[in-house]
Design a protein around this ligand. Sequence first.
Ligand code: SAM
Length: 258
Amino acid sequence: MIRFTELIKDRLKKYELYNKKEYWDKRTLQRKGLARSMWSSNNYNSCLDALEKKIIYNYPAPLDGLIVLDLGCGIGRISTYLASCGAHVTGLDISPATIKAAEREILPNVKGKIQYISGDLFTKELQKESFDIVLGIAMLTIIFSNKERFEKGIERICQLTKPGGKILLIEPIHSIWFLKRICGFKLQRWILEFEKNGAMLSNRTGLAFYPFRIFLAFLNLPLVITKPLFLIGEFILKLPFMDWFSDYKVLLFRKKNN
Ligand SMILES: C[S@@+](CC[C@H](N)C(=O)[O-])C[C@H]1O[C@@H](n2cnc3c(N)ncnc32)[C@H](O)[C@@H]1O
């Protein structure tokens, strides 16, 4: 419950907070486990984490030997997974405390396969067209605070991707005020902006049924309650016309060959 009031306070100041590394540093230092980079409920996080990994495995697979950029990598939950599937991963995050935590917790089986870098997506020097896959999970919708950042950010992502490479987004894309994070552009606008930069949509789905997500993510209910409700929600999303109720949109783009 404390977490819920904290979240309301944060949400009211979201335009000032979410872009700042200090906010994410503090979160990492104050929270535990996956909640450092995800929702307050670690039981909900474990369900969402497992499903996202399944999606990542199925979409741009096979990952073995690919060079991947994990944007806003947080504590490295996805970077670690990608590396364990054989990818060579660069995890980029603006928060030095979060990057330190990710480095500290690096698993022995993926040592040498992940490089964590502290830096800002907009300014960090990275070689153009050097990544087979660029991944953005729950970070672009909080950092695209205006039209200029939205357009520049998407241009940067496309520039970093190799020709023929893939861009996978798992982002809460909404234009309705109570669901949108910072960026309020409609899904169609995102797709058009990627197309403008030479990346075409090749697959699309949704996840995290938001009528359940809204409370499961904050109330730390036991896993025996959280998991079945989570799974029922994901089942509902697969029914015809129910995609509208997905919190996260999963978008896979393919950058054109030169
Ligand atoms: C909600 S967390 C998501 C973390 C991770 N993608 C995950 O799903 O577990 C958002 C992350 O984006 C990072 N971030 C915020 N602004 C950023 C920026 N301009 N450049 C790079 N990372 C940024 C934050 O530090 C934070 O770790």
